[in-house]
Write a protein that binds this ligand. Sequence first.
Ligand code: NAD
Ligand code: UDP
Length: 329
Amino acid sequence: MTKRVLITGAAGFLGSHLCDRFIAEGFRVVAMDNLITGDLKNIEHLFGKERFEFYHHDVTTFVHVAGRLDYILHFASPASPIDYLKIPIQTLKVGSLGTHNLLGLAKEKKARILIASTSEVYGDPLVHPQREDYYGNVNTIGPRGVYDEAKRFQESITMAYHRFHGMETRIARIFNTYGPRMRLNDGRVIPAFIGQALRGEDLTVFGDGQQTRSFCYVNDQIDGLFRLLMSDYTLPVNIGNPDEISILDFAEEIIKLTGTDQKIVFKPLPKDDPLQRQPDITKAREILDWEPKVDRAEGMAKTYEYFKNLSLEDLLKSEHKDFSKHIRK
Ligand code: NAD
Ligand code: UDP
């Protein structure tokens, strides 16, 4: 029988790519989003497909889905520092109350649930690269704490449901992922730099740019997540690309890629901005037989192509189309 999967955060960047993957794998997809940071344009191409349905719903309130569910992927949550600083209470609620609601639904439906955790659970890490057994270094009361602690709580409650109720749970610790359908104005470094290059603005490097990140192309990420869901492994697994680069070197790469004649300007480093980040993916390699295949040059070329083809209107501000006839209340 065709398997049915619920994906929350489905109109967002990762959620929309997950919808594509599960449709391509032959699943029935129930997509859910409250559109607080997402955009229906990301899943517009799926509307009208017999195996796809969309619910406009805030998962911090009781979540009801009629019929059976085999899998749940909980991806609803603001994900960029700009977004979660703008909506801190919603960020805390979707990671805590939202996760509680979805675990309750998974228990009721006897569904396997995968939750989207993050490298932010390691905070500003004192261990490098980050392995899953590192407990992290998080400032609970700093501005990023709303996201980091919500995600840490999310992991705790998920393990509690696994241990206490014997549920099938999966925890993905996702490291910086990029690709088409990121929101141009979400403030994350890749859309920020590309948007600046396309608009003819200087590239804003925060701090001295010596902080590092390791960027994973979206198709690799989605494949890792799919494998984790289908595996029988319950503890957290890092999913990301270990190819680490400083933000300053990355800005130089963007200047080359886009051919912009703009320069780099330095802005203050945001509070608690992690100074280094690189996943240790030994576990993913061993347990999921997974590793990233798309290098940064290839992934960034595809991503730039996507942003370049957006209209001027999109480049400045996302336009809103009327999708009301496709939405189930
Ligand atoms: P995104 O902002 O593009 O997508 C998040 C989606 O969740 C949006 O469509 C938003 O409208 C929806 N949403 C937020 N609150 C909701 C609520 N209360 N009810 C229903 N829908 C809600 O972000 P993304 O990059 O696609 O991230 C998706 C998930 O992956 C998040 O949980 C994020 O923490 C996690 N993650 C992403 C990355 C990354 O690099 N992209 C890294 C680590 C973790
Ligand atoms: N950053 C930057 N300029 C920008 C946006 C971000 O230098 O315009 C830096 C930011 O300070 C961080 C890194 O780029 O060190 C990655 O930031 P992002 O917001 O993408 O995600 P994070 O990994 O911090 O969650």
